[in-house]
Design a protein around this ligand. Sequence first.
Ligand SMILES: NC(=O)C1=CN([C@@H]2O[C@H](COP(=O)(O)OP(=O)(O)OC[C@H]3O[C@@H](n4cnc5c(N)ncnc54)[C@H](OP(=O)(O)O)[C@@H]3O)[C@@H](O)[C@H]2O)C=CC1
Ligand SMILES: CC(C)(CO)C(=O)C(=O)O
Length: 328
Amino acid sequence: MGAGSVGCFLGGVLAQAGHELHFVARPRVLEALRTQGLRLSDLEGRQIHLPPQTLHLHAQPPVGLRPALTLLCVKSGATAEAARQLAACLPPGSAVVSMQNGVGNVERAREAAPALHWLAGMVPFNVAEQAAGHYHRGTAGGLAAEQHAALQALSPALAGFGIKLRLQPDLRALQWGKLLINLNNPVNALSGRPLRAQLLDRGYRRCFAALQAEALALLQQAGIAVAAPTPVPPRHLPALLRLPTPLFRLLAARMLRMDSKARSSMADDLARGRKTEIDALCGEVVRLACREGRQAPLNARMQALVEAWAQRPRPYGPRELEEALGLR
Ligand SMILES: NC(=O)C1=CN([C@@H]2O[C@H](COP(=O)(O)OP(=O)(O)OC[C@H]3O[C@@H](n4cnc5c(N)ncnc54)[C@H](OP(=O)(O)O)[C@@H]3O)[C@@H](O)[C@H]2O)C=CC1
Ligand SMILES: CC(C)(CO)C(=O)C(=O)O
């Protein structure tokens, strides 16, 4: 549901392994899949091409299907609407797993469609659209989700394309850990640079570190557990990011193992003039601060910068972004 970068990638991997997949997508994506088919690739050199005639494509969730599992892959701002559409056609109790970033999507979806069985999921890796119908996984990492038999059944297919799936009773701590990583999404989007080039600039890393440090202090005060989706424990991330670049390059070698073209999902939204997920990322930190009787001025400022992007003629240089956040 919402086949874009993540949905086309995960759906394509599962379809290739023999699962019956139905893609619900916008006309732009449907047109590409109808004419080019679906092409997937990854940073380890794997490639798949599913010809157009093998794909089940829909502009709306099809009525009458009883899927074992639905993957919700829309951006956070589209969650409630997508959940309502699913509720109108899926039998009550159908399992739907949110493969989205942020910590509030399952709650939002459950509120909009209480009859469905909502599960949290987490995608740690980057998927970017390289060309019409071609989606590329540009970084590493394994999926995680809440336990459900229908998800367990997908493990072999995902493993066949080099993707591990970890199922656990509760994903909350990991979702917060992923949100800390996603605080780089606005930095990356405003930089106008690919992820690797942006992360290799200390000025941008200082911005990312400052947003993280602010969020970490609030999470600690609130007593919210945070689990790491990366090998580095969350509390050490800001210090690692602030290191001089040669040292960072050395110590963060695994984090930097990514294709030169990988870019954050928010970069795509800014480029296409779409609503971004900033409210589900920095906005979530601001709301946490509010609940704790505190403020999160850096995350609030970053949210304002992203929301004012349409008035901006060009990307932010590293120094300029530090200044805009009040770090200089
Ligand atoms: N891309 C990445 O590397 C990663 C993304 N994520 C998360 O995964 C989620 C999806 O991201 P991503 O795949 O990049 O997003 P995309 O924008 O590439 O894909 C989502 C697609 O869903 C479409 N859509 C929205 N509402 C509906 C609807 N009701 N019916 C049909 N289609 C709909 C969107 O169209 P429209 O644009 O018209 O709204 C868009 O084409 C986000 O929460 C993101 O943060 C997580 C990890 C990595
Ligand atoms: C994988 C990561 C952290 C960065 O690409 C992401 O989640 C995103 O782009 O939204």
